[in-house]
Design a protein around this ligand. Structure first.
Ligand code: HEM
Length: 182
């Protein structure tokens, strides 16, 4: 997984939970040496899962809530670092509908080594979007946070219903978005 995802996660941990917890998360148990991540590296996603699990135990905050908080944080980072993918849009549902066919398609060209999740979208009407997410990683919570981050950046009221599906590995969820006011 791209190092930028790790460095953003660690930035969020430092901002919200402080340097002491950050050090605990990045110190290998037993080995005593710090794990280091750079934004241009690539690392196993299991390292991120490991750090979120330790953070959840250390803070008592539910794992899914931490992933969702991280997803919101990631969205604001994407807005700052990749504004050209987002700025010509006026409707968050249009952005989210194009995540697979537009945004992540461009991301694949920029970073061929990225292993992006899969989204299938249906748009029954202008105010409704159904997103089927699947990934070989357990990051439905990150998707949840990114979706909310996108909606909130437009100040819109959109109800998001999430149904998680049982899968042998990774994760799969259906998000149904309904705009209630615009
Ligand atoms: C400018 C906008 C965006 C950019 C540049 C971007 C780029 C990326 C990159 C580089 C990764 C890491 C993949 C890897 O390291 O293998 C990623 C992961 C991910 N992206 Fe996006 N993304 C954007 C917007 C979104 C939005 C709006 C969603 C909302 C649905 C989304 C959903 C995800 C999810 C859920 C992951 C985690 C990986 C997984 O679930 O397997 N992204 N994205």
């Amino acid at each position: 997984m791209k190092g930028i995802i790790f460095t953003e996660f660690l930035e969020m941990v430092e901002e919200r939970f402080g340097i002491e917890i950050l050090d605990e998360l990045t110190t290998h148990k037993g080995k005593g040496c710090p794990m280091s991540f750079t934004s241009v590296g690539n690392y196993p996603h299991q390292d991120l899962v490991g750090m979120v699990t330790v953070l959840s135990k250390r803070t008592g905050i539910d794992l899914n809530d931490l992933l969702t908080t991280f997803g919101r944080h990631l969205y604001s980072m994407f807005q700052k670092k990749f504004p050209h993918f987002l700025e010509h849009h006026t409707d968050p549902l249009d952005i989210l509908e194009g995540i697979e066919t537009v945004i992540h398609t461009e991301v694949r060209k920029l970073y061929p080594e990225a292993r992006l999740p899969h989204f299938e979208c249906e748009r029954p009407d202008k105010d409704t979007l159904i997103m089927s997410y699947s990934s070989n990683r357990p990051f439905a919570g990150v998707a949840d946070g990114l979706i909310h981050g996108c909606i909130e950046s437009f100040g819109e009221t959109v109800a998001v219903d999430r149904q998680d599906h049982e899968v042998e590995s990774g994760s799969a969820s259906t998000f149904t978005l309904k705009r209630t006011a615009s």
